[in-house]
Design a protein around this ligand. Sequence first.
Ligand SMILES: [Zn+2]
Length: 207
Amino acid sequence: MPIKINVPFSQKDEAKQKGAIWINDAKTWVIPDSIENIDPFDRWLPGDGFIVKFPYLICKSSRKCWKCQKETPLIALAARTYYTCDLASDINLKWQKIKYPAFFVSIRHMDPVLSQILIEKYPFYQEVPAKKTGILTWVNTCQYCRTIQGDDYNINNPGSPFGGYLNEKKTLFRGKNMQEIQLRFDYYIDGMLFEGDYYWDGFSEAE
Ligand SMILES: [Zn+2]
């Protein structure tokens, strides 16, 4: 799917010259899928973070709430293909396209189109201030008692992700349900990323 970019009116000719396309009914400029290198559009992209390419995956699991002991649902956003500017494996590119399964934790910001869908469909998934920093972060809460679900294995590490995504064996999403979210454009997300099948092999059928 195309990537939305935020082009001021005064720069529209430049964006068009680089290959951007105006989507009239959505009132936005986009980078079409045919363009692999998105660096020329960097000034119109959000700062750091990730741009998730289709399919837009959500994986589902559940865990026993540490407080009320009831089995409560969990979700995590996941990707098969995404752009990132957090890696430096190719020094010639700022935004690198990665084709490798990953899911996102410690999410601080996501495209409002996406967060609106999550708020409606998964009300236990909420934006709350992080304990140490106060920065709003998306976490799984218990759907019964509303308690934030922590990551057991790293509870003593204040800099680590939290939000109920993982357990001691880092297998909470392993082999679990995965669905696609319907979106018109690729979405932007800022957070941390867990890569690959060490943490999660939800892309394969069997556990
Ligand atoms: Zn609970």
